[in-house]
Design a protein around this ligand. Structure first.
Ligand code: AMP
Ligand code: GLY
Length: 436
């Protein structure tokens, strides 16, 4: 009998996970809670949301689910995996104590300091006036972050001190991100190029996945407020083999050892957001306790290995000797969002052309905020689609992805037209050098 797998979450990342898991010969049935219109085609969507931890656990027990895979951070930070493991259920993801690495930036930064993991200089504050008194003596730009979870929107890069002071008020006084802003981290601004270093961890061992880069800002040229992510691609040209080794030696392995030493052994996805400067020095901007969204879409589009044994090995502490086989091509994902995101946006507009777009060769259309309404697929969230394409180069992957985007008919759509510009520029530079 094949395995029964439950995927928790409803975003593009979860559709990509379901899509990849569905290709495993080990798997018989997939459930997704709550899922979206995309997962519904491959899994049975359940009317349970990621916060209904007890109901999810009862479902997993009753249906004899062989493995539960948790997509988003919130249920991890709320202790979903602890509840499942208590009942003997296999679950992919860190414990509540280990997920603090994402759930509390204050915890993460203090861990970096204690174990000398390279990161930006920082101070933690629980009092707005104290934070402001400190900021007045800093040099801009400066970064102000809510310590708790804020959906990828809680880090604000401030170009001036007055903007930083106003941000402290937004987070601590007006509580724009609720309890997440009870504590804030104020840190030094780091210049450079970012990369996402995502690995599977089994408590001790670190199995890196393909490198990737995402575009967090809403606007072209990486301008404007941060979002969950407006596009991503893999591989990340900035992550050379040397930098990959450096990231393993200076960041990933020390962090996994540090968490074990702190009595919080880490199992699941460990995702480091790295900043790489001109001298190829790297520092950690953040850790996430889950797969990146949208990075997972291009990463899984390139993964040739069966994902299910890898997830099981991470969940059970047996990653030793495992390896991952990758498609050498580039995958690139363009996120289509509701107009207005990350602010207010409309829901309910019908979306057409999805089959035509997905029908192109090497194109996958991952759904995020979509649902079925009277037999039609309609927009139902901020980030709505992740149009992903493979190509021999980043330039070709990008052309293909935008070709697919243009086939999608949805009036309210907003998307960036410059996803992958750094990778494309590198390819253009390399071509010019070759021509010389
Ligand atoms: P975080 O949620 O901490 O990853 O921050 C979200 C985004 O804000 C990062 O991906 C960066 O683009 C930006 N950011 C955060 N911290 C810094 C920093 N210290 N220097 C420069 N940019 C930063
Ligand atoms: N794409 C950024 C994140 O998943 O946090």
């Amino acid at each position: 009998m094949g395995m029964k797998i439950l995927v928790v979450g409803s975003g593009g990342r979860e559709h990509a996970l379901v899509w990849k898991i569905a290709q495993s010969p080990l798997v018989e049935q997939i459930y997704c809670a709550p899922g979206n219109a995309g997962t519904a085609a491959l899994a049975r969507n359940l009317p349970l949301d990621a916060h209904h931890i007890e109901a999810l656990r009862d479902f997993a027990l009753a249906e004899r689910i062989d493995l539960t895979v948790v997509g988003p951070e919130a249920p991890l930070v709320e202790g979903l995996t602890d509840h499942f493991r208590d009942k003997g259920l296999a679950v992919f993801g860190p414990s509540r104590a280990a997920a603090e690495i994402e759930g509390s930036k204050a915890f993460m930064k203090d861990l970096f300091a204690k174990y000398r993991i390279p990161t930006a200089d920082y101070r933690v504050f629980e009092d707005a006036e104290a934070a402001k008194a400190y900021i007045r003596y800093q040099e801009p730009p400066i970064v102000v972050k809510a310590s708790g979870l804020a959906g990828g929107k809680g880090a604000i890069v401030c170009r001036t001190l007055s903007a930083a002071l106003a941000t402290v008020d937004r987070l601590m006084v007006h509580r724009e991100f609720g309890k997440a802003g009870e504590r804030i981290v104020v840190e030094e601004f780091l210049a450079g190029e970012e990369a996402s270093f995502i690995a599977l961890v089994d408590g001790e061992r670190v199995l890196p996945l393909a490198g990737s880069q995402d575009h967090k800002a809403i606007g072209e040229g990486d301008t404007g407020p941060n979002t969950g992510g407006m596009g991503a691609y893999s591989p990340a040209p900035v992550l050379t083999p040397e930098l990959h080794d450096k990231a393993m030696a200076q960041v990933m392995i020390p962090t996994v050892r540090a968490l074990a030493a702190e009595g919080r052994p880490y199992r699941g996805v460990l995702y480091a957001g790295l900043m790489i400067d001109e001298d190829d020095d790297l520092r950690v901007l953040e850790f996430n306790a889950r797969f990146g969204d949208p990075e997972t879409q291009p990463i899984l589009a390139r993964m040739r290995s069966d994902l299910v044994p890898l997830l099981l090995a991470s969940a059970t502490g047996s990653l030793e000797g495992m390896a991952v086989d990758w498609d050498p091509r580039t995958a690139l994902c363009v996120v289509m969002a509701g107009n207005g995101y990350p602010g207010a946006y409309e829901r309910g507009a019908p979306i057409g052309g999805l089959e035509q777009a997905a029908g192109l060769e090497d194109v996958m259309v991952f759904h995020a905020g979509t649902k079925m309404d009277k037999g039609r697929i309609v927009a139902d969230g901020g980030r709505v689609l992740g149009v992903t394409a493979l190509g021999d180069t980043a330039t070709q992957a990008r052309e293909k992805a935008y070709q697919a985007v243009r086939l999608i008919t949805w009036k309210e759509a907003y998307y960036r037209r410059d996803i992958g510009y750094r990778a494309v520029a590198r390819e253009e530079e390399a071509a010019e050098e070759d021509a010389r």
